[in-house]
Design a protein around this ligand. Structure first.
Ligand code: HEC
Length: 145
């Protein structure tokens, strides 16, 4: 009789410990996601990426994410979303992306200030970043009709 009661108590204790751990996990994880989401300016859906596009994404995450945000969705107080109709190919060609990287950008569309040049990016790397951004744009219905 005693053994059964002990086991029940033990099982219950495990059950509560598990719930406790799970609640702590949620409390830690939810604010992290909420924070990322709060910084974005637009919603961006992410398609399956090719190997080259993943290289572009890595470079983007290294050089651009700090201002243009996760998946180029913009970052409040820092920089505009590049997955935005302003930046579709007939309004901002691939050359204007290269030029932004090479020579920087004087603020004209947004209230975030100027973008400084990023001279350490090679032309090859720039085109990988652009390929990745165009893929995100197309997937989010931003293209020349
Ligand atoms: C330090 C912040 C910062 C970083 C890092 C940054 N940008 Fe920008 N970028 C901006 C801001 C701010 C603007 C908006 C200027 C405006 O008001 O139009 C901008 C504008 C642009 C534009 C629009 C150019 C135009 O002709 O209007 C492109 C394209 C661009 N960025 C691409 C990139 C790419 C690609 C990277 C990474 C290689 C990058 N940016 C890194 C801040 C940044």
């Amino acid at each position: 009789m005693n053994i059964v009661t002990d086991m029940t108590i033990n099982t219950r204790r495990k059950y509560f410990v598990n719930i406790f751990v799970f609640v702590i996990f949620l409390l830690l994880v939810i604010p992290v996601f909420a924070k990322i989401d709060n910084e974005s300016i637009v919603d961006v859906s992410v398609p399956k990426l090719s190997e080259d596009e993943i290289k572009g994404e890595d470079l983007y995450n290294q050089y651009c994410i700090s201002c243009h945000g996760l998946n180029a969705s913009g970052k409040k107080g820092k920089g505009p979303p590049l997955i935005h109709k302003i930046y579709k190919p007939n309004h901002h060609s691939d050359m204007s992306f290269v030029s932004a990287i090479r020579y920087g950008v004087k603020s004209h569309h947004w209230p975030f200030g100027d973008m400084k040049p990023i001279p350490q990016i090679t032309d090859k790397e720039a085109y990988k970043i652009i390929k990745y951004l165009r893929k995100l744009q197309r997937y989010n219905n931003i293209y020349v009709e």
